[in-house]
Write a protein that binds this ligand. Structure first.
Ligand code: AMP
Ligand code: MG
Length: 319
């Protein structure tokens, strides 16, 4: 079972309010599409909004072509099939790979892009396969971000032999940052919604914040409404992509230590900040860490986050 709904922004409310306060005079445009395995929804306000949406679509296609692990010839696919050889990377893939390794280091391996091998063993959490302990043990040596090497000068990278990587926990955050830069270039405001990665660009009208709702991970409603201006909110949760077998929920966030879906007592983590790529990486990592370590991590690194535990308890850090 796959459910790709992470946070909802209160679109109807913001649209209605925007019209009431005179936004109708401004050019506005929207676009929906499917990229990076998720539904993308873009809203833009300001002169050139239509052209901006088209430019965003073009940029998303470009990003997907280099960051996807399933598109043949992408930078990630070339790395994954290089069997330990050095590979030249484009600017986007290099930037995301570098940030991924830094995030892995900073989170003490809770974020680890080499969990791709484990995701494969779990058949992408399709529900088709429950890997045996023996199968997981066999791939254990492949899950270690420290085996990945970067050559900054030549913009090249190589994986350990047999390793593969997956930017699933960070690429949408990077894409949201890239689209935010385009919005700023065009001088437009609006909302970029890439599934779990949302960027609220500028303010809604005048200096009114955009209102972004954080989904109740155990229900259909919302837990909190965030008020954001020029800021990203990225959510990782166990309700986004999962299957159930014998009453157990198997979700898509892997604990690199166990190679199994993380059982940390957390249902979702939302990280709020200017850098959506880092927010994406940290949200995944904090989910894996569990509440106690996640709070410690957020305090130490000045990360603003909302943690929602299994029992619905909400913990705000730097909120
Ligand atoms: P997110 O929804 O941002 O938390 O990312 C989850 C996706 O990232 C999964 O579908 C996997 O492809 C990948 N992933 C799962 N666990 C991890 C992890 N601990 N570190 C890095 N990537 C992960
Ligand atoms: Mg993430």
């Amino acid at each position: 079972m796959m459910k790709r709904q992470i946070a909802f922004f209160l679109l109807a409310c913001s649209f209605a309010a925007a019209f009431l306060t005179g936004c109708a005079e401004k050019e506005q445009a929207s676009g929906t599409s499917f990229h990076m395995d998720t539904f993308v929804s873009l809203r833009a306000y300001g002169d050139g909004a239509r052209a901006l949406i088209d430019a965003c679509e073009k940029r998303l296609t470009e990003l997907e072509k280099c960051l996807s692990a399933t598109i043949e010839g992408s930078d990630v696919s070339r790395l994954n099939s290089a069997n330990g050889e050095w590979i030249s990377l484009g600017d986007d893939a290099f930037c995301v790979l570098k940030a991924s390794l830094e995030a892995a280091e900073l989170t003490d391996g809770a974020f680890d892009l080499t969990v791709a091998a484990a995701m494969k063993a779990w058949d992408g959490m399709s529900g088709e396969t429950l890997p045996s302990e023996y199968e997981l043990e066999k791939i254990r040596p492949l899950v270690d971000f420290r085996e990945v090497e970067l050559d900054e000068e030549r913009k090249m990278a190589r994986l350990g032999a047999g390793q593969s990587i997956d930017f699933g926990a960070i690429a949408k955050g990077y894409a949201a940052d890239e689209l935010n830069a385009l919005y700023n270039e065009y001088g437009c405001t609006g909302i970029i919604d890439l599934g779990g990665s949302i960027y609220a660009v500028g303010a809604r009208e005048g200096s009114e914040p955009w209102r972004i709702a954080v989904q109740d991970p155990r229900g259909d409603g919302y837990k909190e409404t965030l008020e954001l201006v020029s800021c990203a909110a990225v959510t990782s949760g166990d309700y986004q992509r999962f299957f159930e077998r014998d009453g157990v929920r198997y979700h898509h966030i892997i604990d690199p230590k166990t190679l199994c879906p993380a059982r940390s007592g957390i249902a979702s983590v939302t990280v709020i900040g200017k850098n959506s790529m880092l927010a994406d990486a940290y949200a995944t990592a904090m989910f894996v860490m569990g509440a106690e370590k996640a709070v410690e991590f957020a305090e130490k690194n000045a990360v603003c986050a909302l943690i929602i535990e299994d029992d619905g308890t909400e913990i705000w850090v730097n909120g």
